[in-house]
Design a protein around this ligand. Structure first.
Ligand code: DC
Length: 230
């Protein structure tokens, strides 16, 4: 019988990694976890409590004290799309807006926040049979994942992709704002001290400059099938 594995998909923001991760989870029947949504939910909670803001930045100590109050789960809606639930409230839409996107990278730099969320993520993967996407899944969360993919795409392609998604979700922004946000997040995510975004040595690099999802899936399923056979 095939063994259950962990699939770690890391990459820059809006590289298309979550589309790939969701499609692979659907194909395999595995659980899908969007780790970025968890950092976004913590950011939103901090904003609501007034400890994360554009004006005053992030009060790390106050935010860490609030972490035990934040419960994050995922549910599927009728169309099979995953939605992020924070303390019983569906925050899927709100965590994607530009304000949260602008504040999430500094929140994700905080040691206490990372420790709290990494532990939660490792708990989700205890039974294996999971596809998780993020920045440090193959390096820190599941260094022993059997399948690791690192997704790359140019900043311009990623900005176009993100803007399209935002407009479809009813969140407004201009191309310049989105490109600036993406480049700024790349900088913070890849230069932060703890778990910076980097490719795990044993990850496969996937260049995703507008590769149709069907083609991506052919490649991913082939690798997946090899890995479950061990
Ligand atoms: O994938 P995303 O754009 O939704 O992620 C939002 C932010 O969360 C991103 O700027 C970096 C951070 N993040 C992280 O530090 N580690 C992860 N595993 C996932 C996301």
């Amino acid at each position: 019988m095939d063994k259950k594995i962990i699939v770690a998909i890391d990459g820059f923001s809006s590289s298309g990694k979550s589309t790939m991760a969701k499609a692979l989870a659907r194909h395999t029947g595995y659980i899908y976890v969007d780790s970025g949504a968890m950092y976004r939910a913590v950011t939103l909670y901090g904003m609501r409590k007034g400890v994360v803001s554009k004006e005053n930045g992030v009060d790390a100590e106050a935010l860490c004290a609030l972490l035990p109050e934040i419960d994050i789960t995922f549910v599927k809606d009728a169309a099979g799309n995953q939605r992020t639930i924070m303390n019983g409230e569906d925050v899927e839409h709100e965590i994607r807006d530009l304000e949260v996107s602008e504040l999430v990278s500094p929140v994700a730099e905080i040691h206490g926040v990372r420790q709290y969320l990494v532990e939660m993520q490792q708990g989700y993967g205890k039974e294996r049979g999971i596809v998780m996407d993020g920045r440090d899944i193959g390096t820190t969360v599941f260094p022993d994942a059997e399948m690791k993919v690192f997704v790359e795409a140019s900043a311009e392609i990623r900005a176009h992709r993100r803007l399209k998604e935002m407009l479809e979700e009813g969140n407004h922004a201009t191309y310049e704002e989105v490109l600036h946000n993406i480049m700024e997040r790349d900088r913070i995510d890849s230069t932060r001290k703890e778990s910076p975004l980097r490719k795990a040595e044993d990850a496969i690099t996937f260049y995703n400059n507008e590769v149709p999802i069907e083609e991506q899936m052919m490649v991913l399923i082939k690798i997946f099938n090899e890995r479950v056979k061990g």
